[in-house]
Design a protein around this ligand. Structure first.
Ligand SMILES: Cc1cc2nc3c(=O)[nH]c(=O)nc-3n(C[C@H](O)[C@H](O)[C@H](O)COP(=O)(O)OP(=O)(O)OC[C@H]3O[C@@H](n4cnc5c(N)ncnc54)[C@H](O)[C@@H]3O)c2cc1C
Length: 441
């Protein structure tokens, strides 16, 4: 059924990219269509008594960023992560902090492994400086893989770097060197970085609050099946409904966006189809701990050799003042390792993750209230070699009438909520300028 009216803008996808665009355009005639049963995409959490369970994105960007500004405008509160963010656990030794340069000498490694680890670490540190100075992140070290950049490594040291790289959802031989270096730049950037804070109450509070502002203009369970040109306008089909729009902001993940964009902007569709995504598999663990735990002062620990690659303490922000019973952890693995493991049942996945959690922290035995498995087949987007060449086809207003605009974290060499929000905002500003032009003619 085609409605007679023509909307100013239809936004496809209700992750933070689409929601930021809708937030900016909220005083216009905007409609956001989200395929899933709730808004937020990869930003998802549930309240859990005094705590919250996080399933996807968990670290918020520092003050001064767009996400931080929107969060504040919605009267939500982010808190700095004060616990160790760069923990590393190898063969029973857990380093919760200290200078990363000291890690090779504090872990149970052979002399050969220590030397190889220290050398590779120094190489990455020097490259991070070049990364910060690079004028164009897409082109930076984009012609070889991170594995090629690192060179041959002893297996144990290789696994330490592979474990870190899976945070970007790519294996070492999949990630472009620039993306691998960018990941370390992100993790080492500290308090002013794009991954510096937590949202009190859980990540999902932000999309929920944006959804409240948008009301009926943000529809869930509304997958878009097609977009086609119609004179100067575009028609968006969702089920048996067809909606005509002056502009469309396509904020679905690139593999879903590609076929939708094809009839309007074939070159962009081709580039979208070539972007590389990797999987994430997370287990949100509700604990019933009642007293101090060894990880109270820690936020994140990389865990090479374990079923999961990262241990995170989601209750960390609440470990000040009187302690309430309970706690919340999120364990996750990424890349091909995650893609293979997610074929198992929830029970098997939870059992394996928890067995490794107990091995790492025996204090968690008998303290697990619930473990919730979440599969993210499109966990994150990462730049692989050759990514830089795709960029021109994605940018600006697309289509004969320049009324199709792309938004999503895939504009960055590594997906983050800030990158996604920035692209949604940029698309919305472009649309707003065009709407103003038309109304002032
Ligand atoms: C486990 C995990 C941990 C992460 N950790 C962090 C972190 O700590 N910090 C950080 O900044 N980032 C993190 N990220 C990455 C971050 O979540 C993403 O970069 C960001 O949320 C992407 O936003 P987006 O709007 O571009 O995409 P998405 O959130 O994926 O939103 C796209 C939306 O489009 C919808 N859609 C797809 N097809 C259609 C269609 N045909 N019709 C309608 N809707 C459609 C999807 O359902 C989805 O809701 C993490 C991600 C995961 C999975």
């Amino acid at each position: 059924m085609m409605l007679d009216m023509t909307r100013d803008v239809v936004i496809v996808g209700g992750g933070i990219a689409g929601l930021s665009a809708a937030w900016r355009l909220r005083r216009h005639d905007v409609l956001l269509l989200e395929a899933g049963d709730r808004l937020g995409g990869r930003m998802r959490s549930d309240p859990c008594g005094d705590y919250w369970l996080n399933y996807g994105a968990h670290l918020f960007p520092a003050p001064g960023t767009l996400v931080d500004r929107i969060t504040q405008e919605l009267a939500l509160e982010t808190v700095p992560v004060t616990g160790g963010m760069m923990g590393l656990a190898v063969d029973g030794a857990v380093l919760e902090g200290g200078r990363v340069e000291s890690y090779p000498f504090r872990l149970p490694l052979s002399v050969r492994e220590r030397v190889a680890f220290a050398r590779a670490g120094l190489k990455v540190q020097l490259a991070v400086r070049r990364y910060h100075a690079a004028p164009n992140r897409y082109e930076f070290e984009n012609d070889r893989t991170f594995a090629e950049f690192l060179g041959p490594l002893p297996p144990k040291v290789r696994e330490i770097f592979a474990c870190a790289a899976r945070r970007a959802t790519g294996e070492l031989d999949e990630l472009a060197a620039g993306a691998g270096i960018g990941l370390f730049a992100l993790v080492w950037a500290g308090k002013g970085s794009l991954i510096a804070r937590n949202l009190r109450g859980g990540t999902g509070q932000l999309p929920a609050a944006l959804g409240q502002v948008l009301g009926e203009r943000a529809r869930t369970s509304s997958p878009v099946d097609a977009v086609r040109p119609d004179g100067d306008h575009l028609v968006v089909r969702a089920g048996d409904e067809e909606i005509r729009a002056r502009h469309v902001i396509m904020a679905a993940n690139a593999p879903f966006a590609a076929p939708l964009v094809g009839p309007v902007a074939p070159q962009a569709a081709d580039a979208l189809a070539k972007l590389t995504y990797g999987a994430f598999l997370s287990v949100a663990v509700e604990t019933n701990e009642t007293s101090a735990m060894p990880y109270d002062g820690v936020y994140a620990i990389a865990t090479p050799g374990r079923t999961f690659d990262m241990f995170t303490n989601q209750a960390h922000a609440l470990r000040v003042g009187p302690r309430q019973p309970g706690g919340s952890l999120m364990l996750f693995t990424g890349a091909q390792k995650a893609a293979a493991l997610m074929r198992e049942s929830d029970e098997v996945i939870a059992e394996r993750f928890l067995a490794d959690l107990h091995a790492m922290y025996p204090e968690t035995r008998g303290r697990i209230a619930k473990a919730t498995v979440r599969r993210w087949p499109l966990g994150n987007v990462y730049a692989s070699p050759g990514r830089g060449a795709l960029q021109p086809a994605l940018e600006g207003a697309l289509g004969t009438h320049e009324n199709l605009h792309l938004a999503g974290d895939y504009f960055a060499e590594l997906g983050t909520m800030e990158a996604a929000a920035q692209t949604g905002m940029a698309a919305a500003e472009r649309v707003e300028a065009r709407i103003r032009e038309v109304t002032h003619v």
